[in-house]
Design a protein around this ligand. Sequence first.
Ligand SMILES: O=P(O)(O)OC[C@H]1O[C@H](OP(=O)(O)OP(=O)(O)O)[C@H](O)[C@@H]1O
Ligand SMILES: Nc1ncnc2[nH]cnc12
Length: 401
Amino acid sequence: MFAVENGLQGDPRLQTISDAIRVIPHFPKTGIMFQDITTLLLDPVAFKHVVDIFVDRYKHMNISLVAGVEARGFIFGPPIALAIGAKFVPLRKPGKLPGRVISEEYELEYGNDRLEMSMEAVKTHERALVIDDLVATGGTLSASINLLERAGAEVVECACVVGLPKFKGECRLKGKPLYVLVEPSHDIRIESLLHILRRPASKRFRCYSPSKSPIWSSPSSSLDQLRTVFPHLELTVLVKALEDHGIREVTQSTGNDDAKVRAATVLEALAKVLSAREQVANKFQDCSRKRYRLNHWRVQQQVEALIKDNAVLKRAVAIQHERHKDTNQQLELLKQLIPQNTRCFLILILNKRKMQVNNYGLNLRIQQVEQETVCRKDSIRMSFKGGTGEEKATNVINKLR
Ligand SMILES: O=P(O)(O)OC[C@H]1O[C@H](OP(=O)(O)OP(=O)(O)O)[C@H](O)[C@@H]1O
Ligand SMILES: Nc1ncnc2[nH]cnc12
């Protein structure tokens, strides 16, 4: 029974869980669509949803034993056992358990295997829950039920994260209930894709016009179905890719299973196209965001520089204003001083003139006196000419100097 049919319809946690599971085509063998739960373990939110949903369901069911199937049942079993207060019993691949063990052989989707359980681990009438990551044919769960019942336990239910409905695994569980969280979304997509690709060409994409955007005719058209298979991919790209590869690939199939594997390959190729486009778009967005941040930073720097310049300019204007005020005051002072200075200047010029005139008068007088002195010297020299009288005359002249 799927969780959606049992109270969890519309619960967004189921979609989160489903989205977190990766699908690998042709692993470990050709034709197998491997449901990889390791990607779910990388997503703590989705991982916790799984544990929470199981714990909510089993916490009041009086379960004392949680049996986990090696290897992936060992991942989900212990946190659930701890949360509901039950012990955890590992069901292991052959040769791994010490002590007394019981074992059961079973068939797998891709081979045969055997499970073993320790005899001491289980008490009679214990209420047990079997946990595994996935149910396909139900061979593994069936072997687990057998082991527990052989040891005397009562199996209340089997629980798996993923169920592959096409194998009808629940039919092999001896009437024990099976509780499954999600079915592989890839299977649904493959079925839808096959449905579209198997339609006659005339009906396949009749609404598609390569030159224009697609026209939607009716809700059940191929394009609508494609939209549900590839919700993120641009329809024109999708239709072109399908026309180029998908249709040829699927119409060449030799049977139903081969067609499914081929459709899966087409899906995988288209998924790659989609993710490559997403990566390019993300890179472009990243670059744009970086460029935007850089530009924003540059503009901010420029604005800051402008604000600083503006402050400097304001200060310069203020200083200039002060200087202007000083200059005006000095000018006023000068204006007041000029008449006084002019007066002083004129007086100085007049004084200078007076002095020059006086000087000239004095010079004339000096010349006059010198001439008179020369004349007197000559007359005295004439009067004291000869002998000692001449010497006397010289003395008189010297005195006159
Ligand atoms: O319903 P079934 O057809 O039995 O298949 C389901 C089992 O197959 C897988 O384990 P697998 O045997 O691959 O072992 P692993 O966990 O060790 O890889 C899965 O984890 C289940 O245990
Ligand atoms: N398709 C599948 N994916 C993952 N594990 C599986 N075990 C059996 N079938 C499987």
